[in-house]
Ligand binder design. Structure first.
Ligand code: FAD
Ligand code: 2MC
Length: 378
């Protein structure tokens, strides 16, 4: 697992080169102008990144979760916000590929893999975030259709995306009363809130998705009635790994910048890099990132193998990778002194982008809930 084959190395190198050429040079400007670079996303898709672990018969790349975390780490060295959106899009695409009928797969997945159509994942509501099974958006069967009514909160890509996977209640309270639907952008009654003003992740939109009697054919139901929560959660296992990979990649870029900066910055008659106090900090940052990466690869291998402990391993990797990534990036900012606080150095943007990874795709407290349940056996 720790020695990459030539193919695996080539996949990771492709993502790193794409990040260096197409993401990094624009990342600060996209953040400042809140620009969502859909054209650049399509370039990533042309390299196979729109459906990384999606079947090849519908346009996917057919790679592993281990490949995916390496790709997302590399993408995030150029721009964590864009890498994270590509991760969410991949989660949506995988859910339709995995739980859709052949007809659904052929209808929706090719356009998602090419990123001609973007995808959004709609679980959270104003009144149900961490306690996702308490969601109240309703889907009522009416003849050959379902009619969806409710509000989804904080939806990444919303307004721009063409394909929305929406979790809605078709049955009793609790997780087993939830179903998953594919809702296309043009549906009557579907509208979007304002683009939220955020601390980070400014290069991708976050909006409410408002469903006001949205009618979709019953053929848009993914799986069976009542399967929606499990579909949503199984999508998130990989999503959590990818988000942690984005934290590791963002933090690695910050660490690289810190080493370069300390080498050229003089104080007290020498380069700051000569200070052993700072060298020890760099050593710890490198070590902690390597530990996060190692756990991430271990969890990705468990997901690939469908191991019995995959859920808690994904939660551990998400909790540890996102906390470590944020701490390392924040220390790299500190090493830049006042310049770390200026936008043009790119450090403060990485810190702002990585902060939200500790909150979303299941907050790090919820990751502890998941891990603790496995530890105590409840
Ligand atoms: P709450 O659930 O209200 O939690 C508040 C605090 O209490 C948190 O710190 C939480 O960890 C803590 N807490 C809650 N329960 C417990 C407990 N049992 N034990 C200990 N602590 C607890 N959602 C989507 O569905 N799709 C998206 O695309 C999406 N994108 C997002 C993009 C951004 C920029 C943001 C900010 C959020 C996004 N989310 C998305 C929503 C995100 O998943 C939720 O914000 C997150 O799950 C937390 O839910 P909440 O905000 O309602 O917080
Ligand atoms: N993988 C597969 N199945 C899972 C699962 C997982 N990670 N987590 C739960 N399930 C299954 C579980 O096995 C059970 O199945 P069954 O009905 O067969 O028994 C079912 O789902 C219900 O699970 P629980 O009984 O554990 O449900 P509970 O209500 O106790 O909550 C909890 C579980 C707290 C872990 C869940 O609500 C959760 O993960 N909350 C966080 C929400 C979240 O992650 N939101 C992210 C939104 S997306 C986002 O932020 C983006 C940026 C895209």
């Amino acid at each position: 697992m720790f020695t990459l084959t030539d193919d695996e190395r080539a996949i990771s190198d492709t993502a790193r080169e794409f990040a260096a050429e197409c993401l990094a040079p624009n990342a600060i400007e996209w953040d400042q102008n809140k620009h969502f670079p859909v054209d650049v996303l399509r370039k990533a898709a042309a390299l196979g990144m729109g459906g990384i672990y999606v079947s090849e018969d519908v346009g996917g790349s057919g790679l592993t979760r281990l490949d995916a975390v390496r790709i997302f780490e590399q993408l995030a060295t150029g721009d964590p916000s864009i890498a994270a959106y590509v991760s969410i899009h991949n989660m949506v695409t995988w859910m339709i590929d995995t739980y859709g009928t052949d007809e659904q797969r052929h209808r929706w997945v090719p356009g998602l893999c090419s990123m001609d159509q973007l995808g959004s994942y709609c679980l959270t509501e104003p009144g149900a975030g961490s306690d996702a099974a308490a969601l109240s958006t309703k889907a009522v069967r009416d003849g050959d259709d379902y009619v969806l009514t409710g509000v989804k909160q904080f939806i990444s890509g919303a307004g721009t995306s063409e394909v929305y996977v929406v979790m809605a209640r078709t049955g009793a309270p609790g997780p087993r009363g939830i179903s998953a639907f594919v809702v296309p952008k043009g549906a009557d009654g579907l509208s979007f809130g304002a683009n939220e003003k955020k601390m980070g992740w400014n290069a991708q939109p976050t909006r409410q998705v408002v469903l006001d009697g949205v009618r979709v054919p019953a053929a848009n139901l993914l799986g069976n009635e009542g399967d929606g929560f499990r579909i949503a959660m199984s999508g998130l296992n990989g999503g959590r790994l990818n988000i942690a990979a984005c934290s590791v990649g963002g933090a690695q870029a910050a660490l690289t910048k810190a080493v370069e900066y300390l080498a050229q910055r003089k104080a007290f008659g020498a380069a700051l890099l000569d200070s052993q106090a700072l060298q020890f900090q760099l050593a710890d940052m490198r070590t902690e990132l390597e530990a996060a990466r190692t756990l991430l690869w271990r969890a990705a291998a468990a997901l690939d193998a469908d191991a019995p402990d995959k859920v808690e391993l994904c939660a551990m990797a998400k909790r540890f990778g996102t906390d470590t990534g944020f701490e390392v990036a924040n220390r790299a900012l500190q090493m830049h002194g006042g310049y770390g606080y200026l936008a043009e150095y790119g450090l403060e943007k990485i810190v702002r982008d990585l902060r939200v990874h500790q909150i979303l795709e299941g907050s790090n407290e919820i990751m502890r809930v998941v891990i603790a349940r496995a530890v105590v056996g409840s």
